[in-house]
Ligand binder design. Structure first.
Ligand SMILES: Cc1cc2nc3c(=O)[nH]c(=O)nc-3n(C[C@H](O)[C@H](O)[C@H](O)COP(=O)(O)O)c2cc1C
Ligand code: SF4
Length: 401
């Protein structure tokens, strides 16, 4: 009916005034990329004016697919333009690997959020340069830890023309996000990890893999500045029976490296964002999962109502049962005993996943002080927070050196 009066149709969905509808508009990690492509395809079949797709068009190859498959005539990007305003130009130049990818995290739509998790310039246009400025004096910057923060610091240092050495104890860069290719709900983090790995390769950064950094080793490198990005380690809670149970016990972060070790029914202890997302991943892999959370809400620390509504939405689709206001009392041979509403309940567990938080590798990092005056801890090694804070810190620390 509207067709004679309009030049094109821009197809979106959802409603930003209703939390349970908002996530159909600004989709997050629980939805696939191009999440509205089926809607746009249907509209295109019924009109003759150009049709535009918006929503999670993250990579140029996805835009290409949407147009080439005749689902739409044009694509629009929202958050991608916030992360990388040069997205269209880089796409045009065939430089997909240089596009900073949007994580579809919560930050930019959070009230009082930190801005963009990837683009430090977003919201800070008056004082953050578009490109890192070349340093007046070339320095040797040593970065310990090749997670996202360490990689971002190394790339920024190299962009400024510094000599960079990046030391990583594992055989791959990426830290906690290097194994996320197995989880379809973490595709954005996997793309970001590969982006950072690609950028590290592109710049003249000396990468020492399989190398445990020690103060002696770092001292021999004669750094002018030292960035400590050692990350954090998972906490093992003290629970009766944990050490003697016959169930397989794993930390949540190890699940992604070794999902084949997870057997049968799973109980996740700790229902923060990491615990519930690990539970959803394992339920998606076919396990029956129970997540035990002490507080009255899963992922309580996550403020974003959009993410929360998507979480509720996805939980209805997978076999993952959260227990809130529930306390783990004891672990038996193949079960976890919890107390909820003053009642005890025994939940069968072939595998127990621990997700009760992380502690900074701060003391380990302290050993490196004294080598150079310019020594800084960044990311989780300083204080356990979100990935965007680690990467932005990596950027801001180095931009001043
Ligand atoms: C921080 C933020 C603010 C937005 N504000 C508006 C708005 O004021 N009006 C609107 O129609 N859409 C708004 N949107 C939705 C976007 O226009 C877009 O439809 C949505 O983000 C999906 O596209 P994307 O995946 O490319 O970001 C906003 C999105 C974000 C992330
Ligand atoms: S804050 Fe997160 S979702 Fe928003 S634009 Fe930046 S990376 Fe994308």
């Amino acid at each position: 009916m509207a067709e004679p009066y309009i030049d094109l149709v821009h197809v979106s969905a959802g409603l930003d005034s209703e939390p349970e509808l908002f996530h159909h508009c600004v989709s997050k990690n629980f939805k696939p990329h191009l999440d509205k492509i089926d809607l746009v395809r249907q509209v295109k079949q019924h009109v003759h004016v150009p049709v535009v797709l918006v929503g999670s068009v993250i990579l140029p190859e996805e835009a290409e697919y949407a147009i080439a498959s005749k689902a739409c005539d044009l694509v629009a990007i929202g958050r991608e333009a916030m992360v990388d305003p040069d997205w269209p130009k880089k796409a045009y130049d065939g430089r997909q690997e240089d596009i900073y990818p949007c994580l579809r995290c919560a930050s930019c739509s959070e009230q009082n959020g930190m801005g963009c998790a990837i683009n430090p310039r977003y919201g800070n246009y008056s004082w953050v340069e578009k490109e890192p400025k070349k340093a007046k004096i070339k320095k040797h910057i040593v970065v310990v830890g090749g997670g996202p923060g360490g990689m971002r610091a190394s790339i920024t240092a190299a962009q400024r023309g510094h000599q960079v050495t990046l030391i990583e104890k594992e055989d791959t860069l990426g830290g906690q996000i290097r194994h996320f290719q197995k989880d379809r709900f973490k595709v954005d983090l996997d793309i970001f990890c590969k982006f950072l790995q690609g950028q590290v390769e592109k710049y003249p950064i000396q990468v020492l893999l399989n190398t445990k950094a020690t103060p002696e080793l770092v001292e021999k490198l004669h750094p002018d500045a030292l960035i400590l990005a050692l990350g954090a380690e998972p906490i093992t809670p003290k629970i009766k029976g944990l050490e003697s149970t016959q169930a397989k016990v794993m930390q949540a972060i190890d699940v992604y490296a070794h999902p084949e070790q997870v057997k049968g029914k799973v109980v996740v202890i700790g229902g923060g964002a990491t615990g519930i997302e690990t539970g959803i991943f394992l339920a998606d892999e076919g396990h029956h999962v129970s997540v035990i959370e002490m507080s009255d809400q899963i992922a309580k620390q996550e403020q974003d109502i959009n993410w929360r509504s998507q979480l509720d939405w996805i939980l209805k689709q997978v076999d993952c049962q959260p227990y809130t206001s529930a306390k783990v009392i004891e672990i038996k041979d193949n079960s976890v005993v919890i107390e909820q509403d003053n009642k005890l309940k025994e939940i069968h567990a072939d595998t127990i996943i621990l997700s009760v938080g992380f502690k900074p590798r701060s003391q380990e990092a302290d050993l490196f002080y004294g080598i150079t005056y310019h020594t800084f801890k960044i990311g989780d090694c300083y204080k356990v927070r979100k990935l965007g804070q680690a990467t932005n810190e990596g950027y801001f620390r180095v931009i001043k050196l």
